[in-house]
Ligand binder design. Structure first.
Ligand code: FE2
Length: 422
């Protein structure tokens, strides 16, 4: 007797009438038309069943703090950093924990079950680190929270920056972060990349740096990141986040750079919602979009994910833990409108970030964890178009969240009584 059987599911790769069998928290079989006795059977009715959403780039220590102590008037990255600097002295452990837990509630309801969050290590107190380590433990039964030691004020620029980051790693933070474009000079930025990659190599950690988050076509720390990755043999374990300067770089230089990135198997995270709002703020018209070259990087064989980055914080006044919103924006900004490209946008919030995080047991295959989402959509492009409702969210075979299919009642002469948008 199975614990759970999902029937009549459509999978992201297009297979239809699929059954997913679950026993002891794991998927035991994914087969067309399978019927078998189970304690619970869920008929997906031909709708899409996907592995859970994964956010490769988030800031959980600042989330849901919008308006504290004021809002970002210019809308720039640098005012956001200054504003976060004003907010930090007023933070408490409990306030960070409560906001983060509230965000994780939203995430689970959205089928978002794994998040890589950067956590600010700049201050010697490591208050945000302690708070998010607490949160990581508390949400572990239902959400994988991976933490990145993020030296927001610069690892070389801020006094004690490197030491505080090392202390955060010693406390249990998973990944080495960085912010080379915020260091004082290009040379210092490059030096910080070298130091941090060597630190990660010596501790067997992954790397995920905020890198070249500017409109400056000459900000080229990603070149150093790719170089250090291949020099230290960290292939496939290093991610460059944002890379917005690539939007503005010279095409010839990018043609060389992308080959170096591919050689290093560098991970890439674009954050479409944030990149489109923070970048291009010094432009008149035409205004640059700021998002890195997602379709070209994918075509070059790199693993590219879309991150949410921020929700209701000093940098962004929107968001609701919905990775389909990030995919929707990425699709538009990247002009990824072909059938294949829309599918790639769905992969960029599911399988691609799962690879960057190094998640084990991910995917709709026998042996994987029984983690999946039933979407009110027929296929991935539909899910993005509709930011589809998550009708059911399961982890380890247990139902974590459910919501009804959306439908509007209509009062129109000669027309149906309701519309479902499918
Ligand atoms: Fe970020």
């Amino acid at each position: 007797m199975l614990d759970l059987l999902i029937t009549h599911a459509t999978l992201p790769d297009g297979r239809q009438n699929m059954s997913i069998a679950v026993q002891d928290g794991r998927i035991t079989e994914v087969t067309e038309g399978l019927q078998a006795p189970a304690h619970e059977t869920v008929d997906a009715g031909g709708l899409l069943v996907s592995p859970p959403f994964v956010d490769a780039h988030f800031h959980m220590d600042s989330t849901l703090s919008y308006g504290q102590p004021r809002v970002n008037e210019s809308g720039t990255l640098l005012e956001g950093i200054a504003l976060w600097g004003e907010l930090k002295p007023t933070l408490t452990h409990e306030a960070i924990v409560q906001r983060a837990l509230q965000y994780c509630d939203m995430a689970v309801a959205r089928g978002l079950l794994a998040i890589r969050s950067h956590v600010d290590t700049s201050h010697a107190s490591l208050l945000p680190v302690q708070a998010l380590l607490d949160v990581k433990q508390r949400v572990a039964p239902y959400l994988d929270l991976q933490l990145v030691a993020f030296p927001q004020d610069g690892v070389l620029r801020a006094p004690g920056g490197l030491e505080n980051l090392k202390r955060a790693l010693a406390l249990g933070v998973d990944v080495v972060g960085g912010i080379p474009h915020f260091e004082r000079t290009m040379a210092q930025g490059a030096e910080s990349v070298k130091i941090l990659c060597e630190l990660a190599a010596s501790q067997g950690k992954r790397v995920d740096m905020h890198c070249d988050e500017s409109d400056d076509p000459h900000s080229r720390h990603v070149e150093t990141l790719a170089y250090e990755t291949q020099r230290l043999g960290l292939h496939g374990r290093v991610t460059g986040s944002h890379l917005t300067s690539m939007h503005s770089m010279d095409n010839y230089y990018v043609s060389k750079l992308m080959a170096l990135m591919a050689e290093a198997d560098l991970g890439v995270v674009a954050n479409p919602l944030i990149n489109i709002t923070l970048q291009g703020r010094h432009d008149t018209y035409p205004k640059r979009r700021g998002m890195t070259r997602v379709p070209e990087l994918m075509a070059a064989g790199l693993t590219v994910a879309f991150g949410h980055d921020c929700v209701l914080d000093p940098w962004y006044s929107g968001g609701s833990a919905d990775m389909l919103e990030a995919a929707h924006m990425g699709l538009h900004v990247g002009q990824m409108t072909s059938q294949a490209a829309m599918r790639q946008c769905f992969d960029a919030v599911t399988v691609n970030p799962a690879r960057l995080l190094g998640l084990e047991g991910y995917g709709l295959v026998p042996g994987a964890f029984a983690d999946f989402v039933l979407l009110h959509a027929r296929h991935p492009a539909d899910a993005i178009r509709l930011r589809a409702a998550r009708l059911g969210v399961w982890r380890r075979g247990k139902l974590l969240a459910r919501q009804p299919a959306p439908a509007a009642q209509l009062h129109l002469p000669g027309r149906p009584e309701k519309v479902s948008f499918l």
